[in-house]
Design a protein around this ligand. Structure first.
Ligand SMILES: NC(=O)c1ccc[n+]([C@@H]2O[C@H](COP(=O)([O-])OP(=O)(O)OC[C@H]3O[C@@H](n4cnc5c(N)ncnc54)[C@H](O)[C@@H]3O)[C@@H](O)[C@H]2O)c1
Length: 359
């Protein structure tokens, strides 16, 4: 088992990473001072796989456990679903001291986190992430949110969990596509912050994809450590935390302009390649580095070339997005693997050029 500390003053917390941790949830809760009532929020597939067993275990550990289930899918990250959950929490007489356990992928983490942040002005949140994406990324750092109209993830809060338990054994029931989605974010962490970690992923891709326990633990703890370091320096996303958006400016535009026909991990991979291509054309990011990046992305089961996209439509989308959130279209570009910089001075013609040239 590994431990990563997220250092945020009074809001600091630990992330524990290891195989079989879910079975020890009761012990960890007791160590964190929780003894009585608690509510698990999960989605249908995760309830079937892990939720029912977790509820039974916690009940035999002496907790008074309720489990609230929502259907799976991004559509559940809505004010309507949050509203339904508030109603159920009221029916259960959940109090300000009643912790909410978010058991599932990023959708559940964001939704249950949003509910925990707002119900009774905030109840304790415990993250129990079960997808690779949630373990390497979304359960860490305290961004909780729902979607609203065109605003994806924009109705939300910064609300840190009290504890994160990442049970790597749960990853074994994910599809290869879901593993690739998580790997996209892990590769991102290597490029923005830690060359050695990138090399670890590069040389251990086969072990990771075949669910080798030690390799999964290394990837999840490596990413958790990197995200924790970045978040500790800029909890509320005013500066450094922006680097976590590497690959997401173009990636988000690709997702949206294809009506989410291109999945998130794939879109981020395309965005990372495009940003690396832009930096390469600017004479900053070395061609050898670009080749390495492409190799890892391909090895992770993600698109290793930029597919034919309507560059003009993408640029239009980014301009529009910029108007909604304010400011300028900002790019995170790699200087080398392990170091990035932020710029808002990339010309539309260069973006178009890189997208047209396949990276
Ligand atoms: N808060 C943040 O900082 C942050 C960061 C990145 C992404 N996100 C959000 O995360 C969401 C995507 O998360 P995701 O990719 O985990 O998707 P998800 O939560 O929809 O999970 C994907 C699917 O896997 C199933 N599942 C979950 N765990 C499983 C397991 N162990 N075995 C089998 N099936 C399992 C789920 O039921 C779901 O159908 C998006 O809404 C995104 O906005 C948030």
């Amino acid at each position: 088992m590994k431990r990563v500390r997220v250092r945020l003053g009074n809001n600091s917390y630990n992330i524990y990473i290891g195989s079989g941790l879910l079975a020890q949830t009761g012990d960890w809760l007791k160590k964190s001072g929780f003894n009585d009532k608690l509510v698990i929020i999960t989605d249908q597939p995760v309830k079937r796989l892990y939720g029912t067993t977790l509820k039974q275990r916690l009940t035999s550990d002496g907790f008074n456990v309720a489990i609230l289930e929502v259907p799976e899918g991004e559509e559940q990250k809505s004010l309507e679903t949050a509203g339904r959950l508030y109603g159920k929490l009221t029916d259960l007489y959940a109090e300000r001291s009643t912790p909410i356990l978010a058991l599932g992928g990023g959708v559940i983490g964001d939704l249950a986190g949003f509910v925990a942040a707002t119900y009774l002005r905030g109840v304790p949140l415990i993250q129990l992430p079960t997808t690779l994406l949630a373990q390497v990324d979304s359960s860490i750092g305290g961004k909780v949110a729902v979607d609203h109209g065109k605003l994806k993830n924009k109705i939300g809060a910064f609300y840190q969990p009290r504890l994160v338990l990442s049970d790597t054994a749960t990853l074994k029931t994910l599809t290869p596509g879901e593993i690739s989605d998580g790997l996209a974010e892990a590769i991102k962490h290597g490029v923005i912050w830690d060359r050695e970690y990138f090399t670890y992923i590069e040389t251990n891709l086969d072990r990771i994809k075949s669910f080798d326990g030690a390799a999964l633990e290394a990837v999840v703890s490596g990413s958790a450590r990197i995200k924790a370091e970045v978040v500790a320096k800029d909890e509320r996303d005013f500066g450094l935390r922006n680097i976590l958006n590497y690959g997401h400016t173009i990636g988000h535009a690709v997702e949206s302009t294809t009506d989410f026909g291109v999945g998130h991990g794939q879109a981020v991979a395309i965005g990372m390649l495009a940003a690396a291509g832009i930096s390469n054309r600017l004479g900053i990011f070395d061609t050898g580095e670009l080749t390495r990046l492409k190799g890892v992305i391909e090895g992770a089961g993600l698109p290793a070339a930029i597919p034919e996209v309507d560059a003009k439509k993408l640029i239009q989308f980014m301009e529009h997005d910029k108007k909604i959130i304010g400011g300028r279209v900002r790019f995170v570009l790699p200087r080398s693997i392990g170091e990035v910089f932020i710029t808002d001075e990339v010309s539309p013609s260069l973006i178009e050029n890189v997208l047209a040239g396949g990276g």
